[in-house]
Write a protein that binds this ligand. Structure first.
Ligand SMILES: [Zn+2]
Length: 330
């Protein structure tokens, strides 16, 4: 922490340690504005020579109290209240388009039809609004094989991106592709079925799992971080000295898990490791002032972590820009 910020840091540490003085906004006192569907489109920015567009696949209302572990329902409410939120929270489902050289790459593809016809599946409209045709997508990077990240791979039982190569962690491919492996952990079988009707509809030659850490495409490194799922991946794109990390479900609810990274989620297959991954990568991202992109962070889901105290952070969204710069490939 820089000396000039030391008094702020002390204050932040005190606030993080004792959040009680903040007036809690509760369902009774906080009136949230009503919901409306958004216009298709996305939020676009550049990382070096790559153009990244955050796309929404929709948002869902989620009662997080029974899903989160390591904090009491009252503590969860209090953490939400600091950000003027109430349970159930509205969970964004974001995907990201990366245009880099000749490639058009998607990072996750939302839930598609997996949550029924009306809840999600808006990412396709966003791509269409940008003028990107499904057969122009060259690669899809899957952070992990849960339905809200792979659902959009198939519509009506057919590949949504017929020419794309699908990249995912080998340990997710092995796990979600194997009914017996899933049954052994007590994990719901529905996840295996989703995998079969999404990743499973692509020819085997178009599915390319990686193990450990690998440069899967020029300028993009993938690393498995087992915890949330056996092969959960973080993808790092680097271009001209700039980087962005696509962090998947390292964080579900920013208001809770950035302040308290020890809080885990029911869907974490290995909660101990999920927590360890979160604590390790958050510390690094905050130290590096790294740009990160998350599928469940509030749309557009891109920003940085500011350290408040040891193992406690807050979200700082990306600076908004609406001004085109002239550059080589766009
Ligand atoms: Zn998810």
């Amino acid at each position: 922490m820089r000396a000039t910020f030391s008094s702020l840091a002390v204050l932040a540490a005190l606030l993080a340690a004792a959040p009680a003085p903040v007036t809690p906004a509760t369902a009774a006192t906080l009136v949230q504005p009503g919901s409306e569907a958004q216009q298709p489109g996305g939020y676009r920015f550049r990382v070096g020579d790559a153009v990244v567009t955050a796309l929404t696949d929709g948002s869902t209302q989620q009662d997080i109290r029974p899903l989160m572990h390591g904090a009491t329902p009252e503590e969860i409410d209090q953490l939400l209240a600091r950000d003027f939120l109430v349970n159930p929270v509205e969970m964004s489902m974001n995907a990201f388009l990366v245009e880099m050289g000749e490639r058009k790459i998607l990072v996750d593809v939302g839930a598609g039809e997996e949550f029924g016809p009306n809840l999600a599946g808006k990412m396709r409209d966003g791509l269409a609004a940008l003028g990107v045709k499904p057969d122009e997508i060259t690669d899809v990077l899957i952070t992990h094989a849960h339905m809200d990240h792979i659902g959009g791979l198939a519509y009506g039982g057919k590949p949504a991106f017929p020419k794309a190569t699908i990249h995912l962690g080998q340990h997710d491919a092995a796990f979600f592709g194997d009914t017996k492996a899933v049954a052994r952990t007590g994990y719901p079988e529905a996840f295996v079925k989703t995998y079969a009707r999404t990743v499973g509809v692509y020819p085997a030659a178009q599915v390319r799992p990686f193990t450990g850490t690998a440069e899967i495409l020029p300028g993009i490194t993938a690393t498995e971080h087992p915890g949330h799922t056996p092969g959960t991946a973080i993808y790092t794109l680097t271009s001209k000295g700039q980087s962005i990390h696509f962090v998947g479900d390292t964080v579900h609810v920013a208001s809770v898990q950035l302040r308290r990274p020890a809080v885990t989620m029911s869907f974490d297959i290995d909660p101990k490791n999920a927590r360890k991954v979160r604590e390790t990568v958050f510390a690094r991202f905050a130290d590096d002032a790294a740009l990160i992109a998350g599928p469940h962070l509030q749309f557009p889901g891109v920003g940085r972590l500011r350290k408040l105290a040891e193992n406690s952070y807050e979200w700082v969204p990306i600076e908004y820009r609406n001004r085109a710069e002239t550059h080589a490939n766009h």
